[in-house]
Design a protein around this ligand. Sequence first.
Ligand code: AMP
Length: 524
Amino acid sequence: MERKAFGIDLGTTNSAIALYENEEVSILKNMEGFDITPSVIFFTGVTPSGDDDMLVGEYAKNAAATNPDNVVQFIKRRMGQSGPQFNHIGPSGKEYTPEMLSAFILRKIAQDAEQFVGAGEVKDVVITVPAYFDDARRTATKQAGAIAGLNVLAVINEPTAAAIAFGLDKGADSRVLVYDLGGGTFDVTIMDIKGNHFDTLATGGDHALGGFNFDGKMSELIQQKLVEQGIELDDEDDALFAEIREKAEKAKLQLSSVQSTRPVFTINGKTCRIEITREEFETATADLMQRTKILLEEVMADKNISWAEIDELLVVGGSTRMPMVKRMLEELSGKSITYKIDPDTAVAQGAAIFASTFDLNAAEGAPKNDARAGGEADWVTNKITISDVTSQSLGVITLDYDTRREQNTIIIPHNSKIPTTRSVEVYTVDDNQTRLRVRVTEGDETDVEFVKVIGSSTLSIPPYPKGSPVEIIYAYDPDQTVFIEVIDKVTNQSLGTFQVDRASNLTADQVARATGVVGRANVE
Ligand code: AMP
């Protein structure tokens, strides 16, 4: 049977799967008949064999209001993090990590594409991630795919996928800015497209900013209006607050096409109808729009790029349907925005096109066309090459020579092209110092309080006088994995190498066990 590769947008609020065949990309509908599947899981009970039974998608989303304790959503925000607070315990007592929860969503969309659309076996996939996902989150995404029984060919950035979907590989060379405001994340990326080479120049964003926050503001507006009508809201009434939240999103969607909306609530047997205008909603959310503007301008300033140098402005993500997004971007850029491709599915479409460029039918074991180029490019297939930048700055904690205060010294600044190798020279701080602790950090600040230590290693060093030079080398590979080497500059000998092994990622054993557990659960 001919193998096909699919593209999957595993989103914070919605997910989608697409296939590129015969020079056409199609979004594969789910069993409910929709192009997109809410990334929501509703644990409905336990099967006779003691496994969990769950619904994923539209029904799960609808159950959030009435059954919040058994509904899990916004899982993408927890990816790459570990600890019981990020897990969910199902009715069977089984505990699910964010990778396993994401695997349920992947299983649902793969299953529907196979069984409902008859798209063939969904095994080989490209999954998209926000450009600013660090390696821990990328690894967690790949592991979610593996746990769902998928073969993840590549994890590529959402804005790159969007640009591919817009067919920008076919036109003239261009510089593109992608403004992606989804349900839970905001992402802004600047890319150069030359022929079929996609070169990311800079990326930024906020993974806690999206439609969800606009829903929150709308909920506040609704509550304010209800209170103005003399209604007392009981803080303990979870069902009412879940209903307000659900109706808040509906009201928000309506205000994208009409000027005012009138949601109705029944509280303590009394029917309450309120009115919310688009203007009120826009005023209430002006700070959120402003935040996206600041982040966008930061990315442009980071690379010293002006609007005059941007050829195309692409908008993706469901939240870009809000009229104020278009208005703000057109005012800022002086360019007009067209919605050539459905903002909800652009990312999945691009992922599918990219997936189709892998030669899956090459003999098993033979290298596919996904060989990573050792030099300039990141992902290389026979049709498209992608090169990315680092989304986070990587540094090392050093002691100030005079004050002995700890400080963060950046070695690879964010938005550096990958693969890359950079180094710093540091100096021993004590006479006859025999140990050197290297703590690898992620973050832009000099103050160690504001950066995250992502790995560390203590190396032995020959006893030298204080102030002897040591070189710390960081190499970032296309997978966004970091390798560290420390060189004794007195002898020019290597003192050792290590790799940042993210404690937050699952081990191979844990992935294998999770695959079994997820495979046994009943997902519909
Ligand atoms: P995405 O993550 O790209 O699927 O985007 C989902 C987000 O887009 C959710 O927060 C939706 O409420 C929001 N969204 C979808 N359609 C609209 C619309 N017409 N107006 C405003 N927000 C929308």
